[in-house]
Design a binder for this molecule. Structure first.
Ligand code: KE4
Length: 436
C-alpha cells in the first residue's frame, strides 16, 4: 500500500482523471464510475487479483462491486486467465461459427431449463433490447411493462424511470428518448401485483411483455415479495404477454440457475450477461423455442452482432460457468455465508453507532440503505439518505474498501473474499461510522 503519514496518495489517479476528462464525457466510459452520487475522486485501477483492486498509485482496495457482477470467482482467476490466453493465440475474433459457442450454450442451457434456444450478444443491453423486439413480434403487441428501479440497459424503450445510473443521476428517463417510444413503456411499482393487473385491464391485448429484475439490483437490492414472481407468471400467461426475466445480474449469481432456480420460476425469455462472459463482453437471450425460432435467419425478427459469440468471451465464460457448475455445492453456500457475515456485520456496526441502516440481501448481492424503514420498492429506496451513503462510501474507500459508488447499486462479493476480508471490512465500517 502506498501511503504518506497514514493518508493514501492519489496523484497518479488525479493526473489520469485530468486526461480522461479531455477524452471522455465526465472522464468515464460509463456514468456510475464517475462517483457523482457519492462524491470524491474515483481511483484509476491498474490491476486486480482475487478480492482486491490496486490503483495507479499502488493503493489496495477490497472490491465489493466486482466489475458490477462478473467477478464472482475473484479477479484474475487462474483458470479464466489461462482459458483467455489459450483462445487468444488462435485469434481474437472470426465472425464465423465456432464450437466454443456451442460449448458455452450447452453449459448455460444445462443450468437454465427455460432456455430451449439461445442467442449470444455482447452486452446485457443488447440482450434485453433483442428480447423486447422478439416479444413484440411474437405477440403483435407494442406495449411493455417494466418496474421502477429496475434497469435493463440503455435501449430507448427501457430508459423510462430506470434504476442504475439514471436513478443515481436523478434523471427520470433520459434526454434523447422520443416520447413516442417512452409512451410504449409503463414503469410500475415493483412488488405490486395490483398495479400489473390494472395495467393489463387498462390495455387489454396491447402488452407484449413484462420485463423485470427477479431480484432488483439497480435500485439497490430489493427482494421479490412472497408470491410476487409467481403472480407475474400467472398474469402474463393469462393475458397472453411474455414474461422476460432479466438475469443479467442475478444469473449464476443467486444460484447456478440464477433466480429461475432459486425461486422455481419459469420464463418465456431470459436475458443473461456479466458472469456468462467471465468479465469479457458477453450477453445472451434465450427461451422457448416457438419464440426464438422467429429470429433471423429462421424468422422475421432481425438481430445481429459482429462480436456475438466472440471466442475469447466464450472461453472466459466456459471457464467461469464451468467452474461454478463443477463446484456449485460448495460455492453457493460459501457465497451465502460470507455475504451474510459482511452484510449483517456492517449492519451491526451501524446499529452500534446509532445509525439507521436497512439491509436487503439475497445470496451474495446486498445493499445497506441509509434509512430506518423497510425497502420493498424504488419509492422506499429513494427515501434513503444518499448523503450519508456518500459519507460512508468515501470513508470506506479511504480505509481501503471500495463499495459500488451509489446508494442505488448492489454490493457483490466472490469466492476470493474470505475471513480476513470480512474482518477488514467490519473494522473499516466501525471506523467509518465513528466519523459520522
Ligand atoms: P450492460 O449493457 O451494462 O452489459 O447490461 C445492462 C444491464 C441489464 N440488466 C441488468 C439487470 C443490469 O444490471 C445491467 C447493467 N448493470 C449495471 C450496474 N448495475 C452496469 C454498470 C454500468 O452501467 O456501468
Amino acid at each position: 500500500m502506498n501511503e504518506e503519514a497514514g493518508k493514501r496518495v492519489h496523484e497518479k489517479s488525479r493526473a489520469l482523471q485530468s486526461r480522461a476528462e479531455l477524452l471522455f464525457p465526465g472522464g468515464v466510459n460509463s456514468p456510475v464510475r464517475a462517483f457523482r452520487s457519492v462524491g470524491g475522486e474515483p481511483p484509476f485501477v491498474a490491476k486486480a487479483q482475487g478480492a482486491y483492486l490496486f490503483d495507479a498509485d499502488g493503493n489496495r482496495y477490497l472490491d465489493y462491486f466486482g466489475s458490477w457482477g462478473p467477478m464472482i470467482l475473484g479477479h484474475a482467476f487462474a483458470p479464466v486467465v489461462e482459458a483467455i490466453q489459450k483462445a487468444a493465440v488462435d485469434s481474437s475474433s472470426f465472425g464465423a461459427s465456432t464450437a466454443a459457442e456451442g460449448d458455452l450454450a450447452e453449459l448455460v442451457m444445462s443450468c437454465y431449463p427455460a432456455i430451449e434456444r439461445l442467442r449470444f450478444v455482447s452486452s446485457g443491453t443488447e440482450a434485453t433490447m433483442s428480447a423486447i423486439r422478439l416479444a413484440r413480434a411474437a405477440t403483435g403487441r407494442k406495449r411493455i411493462v417494466k418496474f421502477e428501479g429496475c434497469y435493463h440497459g440503455h435501449s430507448d424503450g427501457l430508459l423510462v424511470k430506470a434504476g442504475s445510473g439514471v436513478a443515481t443521476l436523478g434523471i427520470p428517463g433520459s434526454a434523447g428518448v422520443p416520447e413516442e417510444i417512452a409512451a410504449l413503456t409503463m414503469a410500475l411499482p415493483y412488488n405490486d401485483l395490483a398495479a400489473v393487473e390494472a395495467a393489463f385491464a387498462a390495455h387489454p391485448d396491447e402488452i407484449a411483455a413484462v420485463i423485470l429484475e427477479p431480484v432488483v439490483g439497480n435500485a439497490g437490492c430489493i427482494a421479490p415479495a412472497e408470491g410476487y414472481l409467481e403472480g407475474l407468471r400467472r398474469i402474463t400467461a393469462e393475458r397472453g404477454a411474455l414474461l422476460i426475466v432479466d438475469e443479467v445480474m442475478t444469473g449464476f449469481r443467486l444460484a447456478l440457475g440464477g433466480a429461475l432456480e432459486r425461486f422455481c420460476l419459469d420464463a418465456d425469455l431470459v436475458t443473461l450477461g456479466k458472469i456468462i462472459g467471465g468479465g469479457l463482453p458477453c450477453g445472451a437471450f434465450g427461451g422457448k423455442l416457438r419464440f426464438m425460432e422467429m429470429l433471423a435467419p429462421l424468422g422475421p425478427v432481425y438481430q445481429a452482432g459482429t462480436l456475438s459469440g466472440n471466442p475469447l468471451a466464450m472461453a472466459a465464460g466456459m471457464a467461469t460457468v464451468g467452474y461454478l457448475k463443477e463446484h456449485a455445492a460448495r460455492v453457493y453456500p460459501y457465497l451465502e455465508k460470507t455475504a451474510a457475515a459482511v452484510a449483517d456485520g456492517v449492519a451491526a456496526e451501524a446499529a452500534a453507532a446509532g445509525i439507521a441502516v436497512t439491509t436487503n440481501r439475497v445470496g451474495s448481492m446486498w445493499t445497506w440503505f441509509f434509512t430506518g424503514e423497510p425497502v420493498a420498492d424504488y419509492e422506499q429506496a429513494a427515501k434513503s439518505d444518499t448523503k450519508a451513503f456518500g459519507r460512508f462510501h468515501r470513508a470506506m474507500l479511504e480505509a481501503g474498501v471500495w463499495l459500488p459508488p451509489s446508494q442505488f447499486e448492489a454490493m457483490f462479493l466472490g469466492t476470493a473474499h474470505g475471513e480476513a476480508e470480512v474482518a477488514a471490512t467490519l473494522e473499516a465500517a466501525r471506523g467509518a461510522f465513528a466519523m459520522f
